[in-house]
Design a protein around this ligand. Structure first.
Ligand code: ADP
Ligand code: MG
Length: 485
């Protein structure tokens, strides 16, 4: 490789787990009705004043601690001044790095393709989200529901070296936000948006010397992890090509956007005409002193995170590293798994069902675990039906597929389909003898040593019982009965 890639991310994640917005009493929930989750202060009505949401500050401080950042002595908010229709106040309340944001200088370890990496965190700050605009053919409409939703912005140092690393980092962050109860961190709901900074430099030069760094290009507002991956790879290729052609001066310090349709980055503006936001301390919010006691309390409340759960699955449940990694990747999947175990299911069976059947089906159907009607206790019930041999594992797969969206329990489905596996020894013996009677010539062959005829006879039992006989019992019964002849 002739070039090294430097990537720094600015990850915005809405804090979804507070009751209200960050500076107003409007509900912090999603609704399909535009302009219903709003209070006068979100609309910047004259005379209204912001009130800081303690819960949002607390969740931000928790994130700051998890990332190993230092927390400030006082929390300040600042105004970032610019005009946009979705920003009715004419400024966004945010935190610049001066005097001190909610978190500064941390680091995060994460895994990429089985290898451990570390990225330095420059800072983490709490701000308000802007409203959103919907564009139609001949008009645009503004929805203020999003105005004032708490937003955490995380800024990394340019320590990431590939698209894979950037995505692995984002996945780790998403998991932290979910496990710590800070956010659902669902990019499909628009809760995560990233600015991606990319540059290339000569591979043989020292990356610790900033003067060797290449010109960085910023790609704004990428709203999916797939988009981040594609945008980075596109930019690496574009910049490498220009460098190879001796046209590196055409790589400008500029802001681009990722265009899904053309799968390319498109120039928006040069950094030279960047806006001066004229930051100053927000005069309507007094500085907040953070007491040692409160910080200690928050630190104690940090819940079990993905890494700890993974260790538990491997050491206590005997799950493989590979499967444990899959189980903890999304918190709602890990929760589902733990609920199933609470119902008394064997951890290994539950893990097998979830990692292969459940996640495979969700992927195929493009559903999430929240969209389905299968509950952890239903999965436990299904596994039990197989263990007690009431249904065969083949039947179980069919039942499982039905539980996903039908809203019916496995027992109901088994009953409806008349599926119960026949394990009644008397009944199977009766049918085995019917088969032997009907196939006298095969019994002869068996006696001559052609033992493979048993396979056919087991098949006949399965046919007569419409697949409900326990195959193991069918085989042993045939063998027993044939010997008696
Ligand atoms: P700006 O002043 O343009 O906002 P910052 O220094 O604040 O730039 O950095 C913004 C983001 O860009 C950070 O995530 C940082 O890691 C990243 N970054 C800075 N320099 C580079 C570079 N040469 N290549 C890639 N990313 C970079
Ligand atoms: Mg910056």
């Amino acid at each position: 490789m002739k070039y090294k890639v430097l990537i720094g991310l600015e990850m915005h994640c809405e804090i979804s787990e507070t009751n209200t917005k960050v500076f107003s009493g409007a509900a912090n929930t999603y609704t399909s009705h535009p302009n219903t989750n709003i209070r006068p202060v979100d609309m910047a009505f004259p005379g209204t004043l912001p009130v800081v949401n303690k819960e949002a500050v607390k969740k931000s401080l928790m994130a700051s601690m998890i990332l190993g950042c230092s927390q400030p002595e006082y929390v300040y908010f600042e105004r970032k001044n610019y005009y946009y229709p979705d920003l009715p106040k004419g400024f966004q309340i945010t935190q610049e790095t001066k005097p001190a944001p909610i978190g500064i200088y941390g680091k995060l370890k994460f895994e990429v393709n089985g290898e451990e990496k570390e990225v330095r965190i420059n800072n983490l700050h709490l701000e308000e989200d802007a409203a959103s605009s919907d564009h139609y053919n001949r008009s645009s409409k503004i929805n203020y529901n999003r105005a004032g939703v708490p937003l955490l912005e995380l800024v990394t140092e340019p320590d990431l070296r590939s698209a894979d690393e950037a995505v692995a980092f984002l996945e780790t962050m998403r998991s932290i936000y979910q496990y710590a109860g800070i956010s659902e961190a669902d990019s499909k709901k628009g809760q995560i948006r990233c600015d991606v900074n990319v540059s290339i430099m000569d591979a043989d030069k020292d990356e610790n010397d900033m003067s060797n760094w290449g010109t960085k290009v910023e790609i704004k507002n990428v709203n999916s992890f797939g988009g981040v991956r594609d945008a980075i790879n596109y930019e690496i290729e574009r910049q490498t090509e220009l460098k190879e052609q001796g046209r590196y001066d055409e790589v400008e310090q500029e802001t681009r956007r990722w265009d899904e349709d053309s799968m390319s980055t498109i120039r928006m503006r040069s950094k030279v005409d960047a806006i001066d936001y004229k930051y100053f301390v927000e005069p309507n919010i007094p500085k907040i002193k953070l007491s040692k006691e409160w910080l200690e309390e928050i630190r104690k409340e940090i819940p079990e995170l993905a890494g700890e759960r993974k260790e538990k699955y491997i050491n206590e449940y005997g799950i493989s590293d590979y499967d444990a990694t899959i189980l903890v990747k999304e918190k709602n999947v890990a929760d589902f798994y733990e609920e199933a175990i609470k119902e008394g299911t064997d951890p290994k069976s539950a893990s097998n069902w979830i990692t292969t059947n459940l996640l495979g089906s969700l992927n195929k159907l493009e559903l999430t675990i929240e969209d389905i009607t299968l509950t952890p206790s239903m999965l436990a019930e299904l596994i039990k039906l197989v263990e007690t041999k009431e249904i065969s594992s083949k039947q179980a797969k069919e039942v499982f597929a039905d539980t996903l969206t039908s809203g019916k329990t496995p027992k109901e489905i088994v009953k409806e389909k008349g599926m119960t596996q026949m394990s009644d020894a008397g009944e199977i013996t009766k049918i085995a003898n019917e088969v032997l009677d009907e196939n006298a010539e095969l019994v002869e062959k068996y006696k001559e040593g052609r033992t493979n005829v048993v396979d056919f006879m087991v098949g006949q039992i399965m046919k007569k019982t419409r697949g409900t006989a326990n195959p193991g019992m069918a085989r042993s019964t045939i063998l027993e009965e044939i010997e008696k002849r």
